[in-house]
Design a protein around this ligand. Structure first.
Ligand code: PBG
Length: 326
């Protein structure tokens, strides 16, 4: 009896590590990794975030060291979040030159030099006592246009502090145009905007709430997108590009790879993805139980996001991953 012999043998190109390396379609490089970081006001020591093992709310000192480590690892940038001591209804800490995020930005810019791009989250939720991404009207609804005024002021404070890329994550209508106008009118025409263009109302932001000590009750569904909608993601991306976004982002990453692939296929500007806190927590938790191989899962998850079309990825593993792939 003669054995059946297939005509096509894709396995030929999988036979050795060297061959697999040669034919790999997607490669990871440190320059396309961006590290999100939390800096806590008034803290002498870094404070661990229990739902994100390995991630901390930095003290100024540990923050400096982490910036130096990130630069040494060759990653492309850092995305900064502030954890203020005091919060209020309008998020006044966000526009205060001495507010924690603006202080951290100055430190990062000084520490990083030209080694990486210092980026800042432009949103009010870390700074408001109610935890929403904007200011509220008399009915408790997030007031879109009043919030835009706050974002304009926040943008100027961040640009003045030395932020090299403003990450607009609040999902207010018209936020890119409003911030672009404010920057252009104040001598910051060369400060670029990263628009969190397709940002979904996701359960995967859960650990982030602990990271920034958010007091949010309820959810963000009146401004972040419904996870059911793919077409709506495309609309948000188109609007942000038309309003002047220099880079667009899809967020979260792993549950929205279709939206990411759509965006990558149509966008004339770079497309990034944010592997968010819950995605990090899931892999860390499973790995801690010995249920998955930690390093392989991390590499595969980021590779998958790149393969789907992200030009760069925000990930809490950026520095560690850069060390592996360098
Ligand atoms: C808004 C913002 C959030 C995240 C990044 N920017 C929270 C939210 O929109 O609810 C989440 C990031 C993460 O979960 O890792 N400032």
């Amino acid at each position: 009896m003669t054995a059946f012999s297939p005509v096509d043998r894709p396995r030929r190109l999988r036979a050795s590590p060297a061959m697999r390396r040669l034919v790999a379609e997607t490669r990871l490089h440190p320059a396309e990794l961006i590290l999100p970081m939390f800096v806590r006001e008034g803290s002498r020591e870094p404070v661990p975030i229990s739902s994100m093992p390995g991630v901390v709310q930095h003290s100024t000192e540990s923050f400096r060291r982490a910036i130096a480590d990130a630069a040494a690892a060759g990653i492309g940038g850092v995305m900064l979040f502030g954890v203020p001591e005091h919060k209020d209804a309008t998020g006044s800490g966000a526009t205060d030159a001495d507010g924690i995020l603006n202080v951290a930005t100055r430190i990062a810019a000084e520490e990083a030099g030209d080694a990486l791009v210092v980026q800042t989250d432009l949103c009010l939720d870390e700074f408001t006592d109610h935890g929403h991404c904007g200011v509220l009207d008399a009915n408790g609804y997030v007031d879109n246009d009043a919030t835009l005024e706050r974002y304009r002021d926040m943008a100027l404070a961040q640009a003045a502090a030395g932020s090299q890329l403003l990450g607009l994550s609040g999902m207010m209508d018209g936020q890119v145009a409003a911030v672009r106008d404010a920057l252009d009118g104040s001598g910051y025409a060369n400060t670029p905007i990263l628009a969190y263009a397709a940002k979904y109302a996701s359960a995967f932001y859960g650990p982030f709430r602990e990271a920034v000590q958010s007091s949010l009750e309820g959810d963000r569904r009146t401004y972040q997108q419904d996870p059911a909608n793919r077409r709506e993601g495309a609309r948000e991306v188109d609007l942000d590009i038309a309003e002047g976004a220099d880079i667009v982002m899809v967020k979260p990453a792993m549950s929205y790879l279709d939206v990411l692939a759509d965006t990558a296929a149509s966008s004339p500007v770079p497309v990034w993805a944010y592997q968010v806190s819950g995605e990090y927590a899931m892999i860390e938790a499973a790995a801690a139980h010995g249920w998955i191989d930690r390093r392989r899962a991390i590499e595969e998850s980021v590779l998958g996001i790149r393969r789907a079309g992200a030009d760069a990825v925000l990930t809490y593993w950026a520095t560690e991953l850069a060390g592996w792939i360098r």
